[in-house]
Ligand binder design. Structure first.
Ligand code: ADP
Ligand code: MG
Length: 346
């Protein structure tokens, strides 16, 4: 499959609003953050539960190759099948390694820690994985990604135009999130122009030199235009359709949310990327306690303050309504009732 095809197959409108009873085309949301411990796995697990409570078929993929732990939220200690089973060609399809969870609508593809070197997949294995993720049968596919900016992580993130970045209020997390976004821009452009050697070299040279200069992506787009005007237009269009979402996690003060605005302005100015801030989750010990009980917070303690934030994020931040029409639009608080009913199965 060509890299061109990857993008064509995964274009999802960033402002799709779902109406009750109206199914979206399948949506893929990779969840990344640059830094470890920002809450990527916690958010993936809870978003997955929330979407499944709203009646959608959801698949969670643990894409943290080398540091997989998403299965722990689902009380799976030694998963019988994982991404490794697929990567080792023990099965033909990624669909074959799906594991059930306590929620009928929610299935899981565990990561593969047992395979040494998985964090750096060879090209063919990675392309096969991307192809199979794109073919998964679900309304929503959420991919939990690892920390860092390995090519695997960047390629999984840029499967979607509007992946989710999880950042905490610490400056370190913002620096890593910025670095991740910057590398994702280079990767997205480079992947698209992989067969145009002149443009590819221009991107690589710019990325290499960017550490010494301001490295505004606007300048890179100008340089690509000088190499080839049509490619410049395509590159600008690729940037215009790139709309990652930002979630702030472990928020403790109102000013933490205000700081997000400055981050978005910086990303706009230097990376020419328009991000959508979709909401925050406060710092809440209940999240840690749920984690210790190996359950996502949404079913462990649906009325906890952070559970309310998560529901608000799903309904108002992501604009998702109840597929079965049980909740009024925007009524995120009543998801707690659905979660309470569901929790007895967990
Ligand atoms: N909003 C929050 N409030 C309190 N603790 C949190 C919150 N989000 C995540 N945590 C805790 O932070 C730790 C790291 O979270 P995790 O989701 O594993 O991060 P990542 O996947 O980004 O490495 C876990 O112990 C988790 O329980
Ligand atoms: Mg994680």
């Amino acid at each position: 499959m060509s890299s061109q095809l990857v993008y064509e197959e995964t274009q999802v409108s960033p402002d799709v609003i779902l109406l009750p009873g109206k199914l979206p085309a399948r949506v893929i949301w990779p969840v990344a953050g640059g830094k470890g411990g920002t809450g990527k796995s916690t958010l993936t697990a809870n978003l997955g539960v929330g979407l499944s409570l709203l009646g959608y078929k959801v698949i969670l993929v643990d894409g943290d190759l080398g540091g997989a732990d998403l299965h722990l939220f689902f009380d799976q200690i030694a998963p019988p099948r994982s991404l490794c089973t697929f990567l080792n060609h023990e099965v033909d399809s990624l669909q074959d390694v799906l594991l059930p969870t306590a929620s009928e609508n929610l299935r899981l593809i565990c990561g593969g820690n047992e395979m040494i070197g998985t964090a750096n997949l060879p090209f063919a294995a990675k392309e096969r994985l991307l192809r199979h993720i794109l073919a998964l049968d679900a309304d929503y596919v959420l991919i939990d990604l690892g920390a860092g900016t390995s090519f695997n992580t960047l390629d999984l993130f840029t499967l979607a135009d509007d992946g989710i970045i999880v950042c905490t209020p610490e400056p370190h997390a913002r620096v890593d999130a910025y670095g991740f976004l910057k590398n994702s821009v280079y990767r997205r452009l480079r992947r698209h122009f992989v067969r145009r050697e002149d443009v590819r070299l221009c991107i690589e040279r710019f990325a290499h030199d960017a550490g010494r200069r301001s490295g505004r992506i606007r300048e890179l787009l100008e340089q690509i235009t000088q190499v080839n005007a049509d490619c410049g237009e395509v590159a600008a269009a690729l940037m215009a359709t790139y709309r990652p979402k930002l979630v702030l996690n472990r928020v403790r003060h109102k000013r933490h949310v205000e700081e997000a605005d400055r981050f978005l302005a910086l990303v706009r100015e230097y990376l020419s990327v328009e991000m959508d801030y979709i909401g925050y989750v406060r710092s809440d010990l209940k999240i840690v306690e749920a984690c210790e009980r190996r359950r996502p917070l949404l079913v462990d303690d649906p009325k906890a303050p952070a559970a309310r934030d998560l529901c608000n994020l799903i309904v108002n931040g992501l604009g998702i309504s109840d597929r079965l029409g049980r909740l009024a639009p925007g009524d995120y608080r009543r998801i707690a009732e659905l979660a309470k009913a569901e929790s007895r199965f967990w």
